[in-house]
Ligand binder design. Structure first.
Ligand code: UT7
Length: 335
C-alpha cells in the first residue's frame, strides 16, 4: 500500500558503550595479534558492553540522541532492529519506547541481523505510508558480545556492541532526507553461513543435549565474505538505478561495516573512490544492525557527511539478508 507519503529522516543519534577493547587486549586471551586483525579486518579497537548492560540500554541511549536531534520528544511508533533482543520474548522495542517516555505507541523488533537497519527503514517507511504513524523512531542496536563465543577467534575479533537511531516523519519523496526506493533480498538456503544453532524452537523442541558452543554465533567467514562482496555490489547498483542515479553521482557510500577489505572490494567494483567511502570500522568494529546508523551519525558529527550529499547505503548479513537504498542527506544536528 502506498499513500505517497515518503519517510524523511529528521534526526540521528548513536551510542557506543565506554569500554574500549583494543586488539592487544584481545591478544591477551586469544591466539591472535594486532597485525592479523588490522590486516584482515581493518579493526584496531571496538567497544564492548560490561556486565548488566543490554541491547535495550544501548537502544535507549541512541534513541534519546536521535529524538533530541529531531527536536521532537514524541514519535508515533518505535521499530528496533536487533540480533540480540533483551529477552527471547517479548520484543525489546515496547520496553525501549516506555523507557523513552513515548507512551503506548506501536513498537516491535525487526530481526534481519546485519541488514536490520535497512529492513527497519522499510518497516518504518511502511508504517508511515500506511498511516499507522506520522513519525517513527527507528533504532538499530546490537550487543553482539552476548552471543559471540569468547573462545572463537574468527568472530570475537570482529563483532562488537553499539547502537544507532534515526527519526523519520511523513514527507514528500523529493525533499532532502526522503528515503529512496529500498531494495531488499534474502537467501535462506544459505542460512547456515551465519547462525546461532541452538536456543530457538528447532533445538528446544527436541530433548537432545546441546553442545554449549551451539548457543553461540557461528560464521563461515570465507564463504560469507564472498557472498558479502557479490551481494552488496549488485544490490547497491540496483538501488542507484532504481532512484535514477549513475554510480558517479553518489557522493557518499555508507556500507555495513563488515570488514574493511569487503568494503574496499565492493567500492572498487562499483567504481567509488576512497574519498566517497564512509568508514569507522577501525574504531568500532562490526556492530551488526547498528553499524550503518552509527556510521551515518558519526560521519555527520565529523562533517564527512553533509546536507545535499547523495548517499548510497548497503548491508549484508545473516539470513542471508541484504539490502540497499539511497537518500539525499538532510541538514541534521548531532548530540
Ligand atoms: O557482518 C556481516 C557478515 N560478516 C561478514 O561479512 C564477515 C565475512 N568474513 C570475514 O570478514 C573474514 O572471512 C574473516 C575476517 C572472518 C576471516 O578473514 P579471512 O581472510 O577470510 O581468513 P580465513 O578465515 O581464510 O583464515 C585465514 C587464516 C586461517 O589459518 P590457516 O587455515 O590459513 O592456517 C585461520 O585459522 O587465519 C586464521 N585466523 C586467525 N589468525 C589469527 C582466523 N581468525 C584469526 C585470528 N587471528 N583472529
Amino acid at each position: 500500500m502506498s499513500t505517497g507519503r515518503a519517510a524523511v529522516i529528521t534526526g540521528i543519534g548513536s551510542y557506543v558503550p565506554p569500554n574500549v577493547v583494543t586488539n592487544d587486549d584481545l591478544s591477551q586471551r586469544l591466539d591472535t595479534s594486532d597485525a592479523w586483525i588490522r590486516s584482515r579486518t581493518g579493526i584496531a579497537e571496538r567497544c564492548f558492553i560490561t556486565p548488566g548492560t543490554s541491547t535495550g540500554d544501548l537502544a535507549v541511549e541512541a534513541g534519546l540522541r536521535a529524538l533530541k536531534s529531531a527536536g521532537d520528544e514524541r514519535v508515533g511508533a518505535v521499530v528496533l532492529a536487533t540480533t540480540t533482543p533483551d529477552q527471547p520474548c517479548p520484543a525489546t522495542a515496547p520496553q525501549v519506547a516506555a523507557r523513552l517516555g513515548l507512551g503506548q505507541v506501536p513498537a516491535f523488533d525487526v530481526s534481519a541481523v546485519c541488514s536490520g537497519f535497512l529492513y527497519g527503514l522499510a518497516s518504518a517507511a511502511g508504517l508511515i505510508a500506511a498511516e499507522v504513524a506520522d513519525s517513527v523512531l527507528l533504532i538499530a542496536a546490537d550487543a553482539f558480545t552476548t552471543i559471540i563465543n569468547p573462545e572463537d577467534r574468527t568472530t570475537a575479533v570482529i563483532f562488537a556492541d553499539g547502537a544507532g537511531a534515526v527519526v523519520l516523519r511523513a514527507g514528500s519523496a523529493n525533499e532532502p532526507g526522503a528515503v529512496g526506493p529500498l531494495v531488499l533480498g534474502s537467501d535462506g538456503e544459505l542460512s547456515h553461513l551465519i547462525e546461532v544453532p541452538a536456543g530457538g524452537s528447532r533445538q528446544r523442541s527436541t530433548d537432545r543435549p546441546v553442545d554449549p558452543a551451539d548457543r553461540y554465533f557461528h560464521m563461515l567467514g570465507r564463504e560469507t565474505y564472498r557472498h558479502a562482496v557479490e551481494r552488496m555490489t549488485s544490490v547497491s547498483a540496483e538501488a542507484a538505478e532504481r532512484v535514477g542515479w549513475r554510480l558517479e553521482d553518489v557522493d557518499r557510500f555508507a556500507a555495513h561495516q563488515a570488514n574493511a577489505r569487503i568494503l574496499e572490494a565492493v567500492a572498487k567494483r562499483l567504481g567509488l573512490p576512497e574519498d566517497k567511502q564512509l568508514s569507522n570500522i577501525e574504531r568500532v568494529g562490526n556492530t551488526g544492525a547498528a553499524s550503518i546508523p552509527l556510521l551515518l551519525a558519526e560521519a555527520t558529527a565529523e562533517g564527512r557527511l553533509a546536507a545535499g550529499h547523495r548517499v548510497l547505503l548497503t548491508a549484508f548479513g545473516g539470513g542471508l539478508a541484504w539490502g540497499a537504498g539511497t537518500v539525499v542527506w538532510p541538514e541534521l544536528q548531532t548530540f
